[in-house]
Design a protein around this ligand. Structure first.
Ligand code: KIV
Ligand code: ZN
Length: 544
């Protein structure tokens, strides 16, 4: 039994602290901590996974937001993969300032030259070249011996160094590889000029204690001065964040991660989780990143609004419930003192707790200021268009939240492709008969409005049928998701529809306080996206 008069043991770490009263949680602890670099691969490992493909303009928007978030490196893509990938990396290298811009390349001269050309316009550029480290990969996939792999890797790094100063080398599948071979391989590529040595858990197989040992083993034996050890964890066992943190304990000083943890299969290490874990514990560990935590939520929202793929409500940091206290005991505690059940505030990660920010009497300047503080920099034309939409929304809704503004901006900046830029002029649905009948009016850029009628199983089905008739585009929808952007019955609804086309999952989204209108906009956005990816046929059947 504990004795109440007993003095509690002194904690062996700095006292627990609360974000609200500590600006370090938002701005980082650069002056007093060791820096862990954040290498964001949302636009490469994330973008290549099903449902997350982005067009070039969307990639630029994400890249600019990642720069505001304060990531150290943006892996912008895999330039050899396609002309579109090359162009996207090159435009990010041209237009995004701040972070190092990296391009991925296999260990061939052709890949490396393509990556070098793509990142060339960047202020600071990196080539990330990769091979494999495990016998499973070498025997079955690359079909080369360990020696041959080492020889080619060294040659590739030397070639990459002839094109850029900053070269990173990765050997895939290190967690199922022979440790001593890895030491030889990483030593050889570091001596050849690789400045960052990335040690990926490609298949998401390892456990935190095991990964920590592996990283320590390599860090202690690869004795090349100045190299940075990096980690890249996949989440197949839900351990990507834990494994990355374990690697930092062993000396890794770069973490590769993605927004919302997107990526191959179960995804990559989630940036927001790993960055906040390091930030919340920075005082006691002496280790932190340069992430501007107040930009985290905007970045997560931007990605979900571009891709139409929402995050689960209970996701740490960015999920809808991440800061919601539901139980009576918790609510009572938080009302008395936030520290009782909160380890960080929603504001510290840029969440507004649905504060009302603007009302129907707010002017254009107020809107512009608010958009700027949310990380947007609209052009005059975008601002005017968003202001018009804002006025319509403010008439319909009592309160306009930050989340609504992010949705309006996303709607406005959705890229419109010439030739398939249909917009919804109006629609109406008569539901009195056996099946609802929709009348839909659409307009194409520069053209006169056209209208059609159709009946369907429900109002959404009827409206989409009329759109199919007018546009001549029939896309079979695989998934239809509707979610409320904020609380309340007057909330804007966000509809995301997706279909598998040309081997890729494509998504279109629409937003409105009227869910039928949001559904129509989402379908039109999907048509635009399919057309912008050269899915030109008139009838687009979703693939199995
Ligand atoms: O998972 C992996 O190993 C990769 C490499 C290309 C770093 O994505
Ligand atoms: Zn990966």
């Amino acid at each position: 039994m504990s004795n109440e008069s007993e003095v509690p043991p002194k904690p062996n770490r700095a006292p627990f602290y609360i974000a609200e009263s500590d600006t370090n949680i938002q701005n980082g602890n650069a002056a007093m901590t060791e820096h862990v670099r954040i290498f964001d691969t949302t636009l490469r490992d994330g973008e290549q996974s099903p449902g997350f493909s982005m067009n070039i303009d969307e990639k630029i928007r994400m890249g600019q937001q990642l720069a505001r978030l304060g990531v150290d490196v943006i892996e912008a893509g895999f330039p050899i993969a396609s002309p579109g990938d090359f162009e996207a990396v090159r435009r990010i290298a041209t237009e995004v300032r701040g972070p190092i811009i990296a391009g991925l390349a296999r260990i061939t001269e052709k890949d490396i030259d393509r990556a070098a050309d793509a990142v060339e316009p960047a202020e600071r550029r990196r080539i990330h070249t990769f091979s494999s480290g495990s016998d499973i990969h070498l025997e079955h996939m690359l079909r080369i011996s360990r020696d041959e792999n080492l020889r080619r890797s060294v040659k590739a790094v030397q070639h990459a160094r002839s094109r850029v100063e900053d070269v990173e080398y990765s050997a895939q599948d290190t967690t199922r590889a022979d440790r001593d071979y890895l030491v030889d391989l990483y030593t050889a590529v570091a001596e050849a000029g690789a400045l960052t040595l990335n040690i990926p858990d490609t298949v998401g197989y390892t456990m935190p204690h095991e990964y920590e040992e592996l990283i320590r083993y390599i860090v202690e034996r690869v004795k090349v001065p100045g190299v940075i050890f990096s980690v890249h964890c996949h989440n197949d066992l839900g351990l990507a964040v834990a494994n990355s943190l374990a690697a930092v304990r062993a000396g890794a000083r770069q973490i590769e991660c993605t927004i919302n943890g997107i990526g191959e299969r179960a995804g990559n290490c989630s940036l927001e989780e790993v960055a906040m874990a390091l930030r919340v514990h920075a005082k006691s560990s002496g280790i932190d990143t340069g992430i501007v935590s107040t930009e985290i939520y905007n970045t997560s929202r931007l990605l979900t609004s571009i891709t139409g793929v929402p995050v689960q409500p209970n996701k740490a940091i960015v999920g809808a419930n991440a800061f919601a206290h539901e139980s009576g005991i918790h609510q009572d505690g938080v009302l008395k003192a936030r520290a009782t059940y909160e380890i960080m505030t929603p504001e510290s990660v840029g969440r507004s707790s649905h504060k009302m920010v603007l009302g129907k009497h707010s002017g254009k300047h107020a809107l512009q200021d608010r958009l700027k503080s949310l990380g947007f920099d609209p052009t005059d034309a975008e601002l005017n268009a968003v202001f018009d939409q804002f006025k319509i929304l403010a008439d319909k809704k009592k309160e306009v939240f930050d989340e609504d503004l992010v949705a309006l901006m996303a709607e406005e900046t959705d890229s419109v492709e010439a030739g398939d830029d249909w917009t919804l002029v109006s629609y109406s649905v008569l539901s009195g008969g056996v099946a609802p009948e929709a009348t839909v009016e659409l307009r194409r850029e520069g053209g006169a409005p056209v209208s059609a009628k159709a009946t369907g199983d429900g109002p959404v089905d009827a409206v989409l049928k009329a759109i199919r008739e007018l546009t001549g585009r029939t896309i079979d929808i695989d998934t239809y998701q509707l979610k409320a952007i904020t609380g309340g019955t007057d909330a804007q609804g966000e509809v995301a529809v997706s279909a598998r086309l040309g081997g890729r999952t494509m998504t279109g989204q629409g937003r409105s306080t009227d869910i039928i209108e949001a559904s129509a906009k989402a379908y039109l956005a999907l048509i635009r996206r399919a057309a912008s990816n050269n899915m030109a046929p008139l009838v687009m059947r979703s693939e199995p």
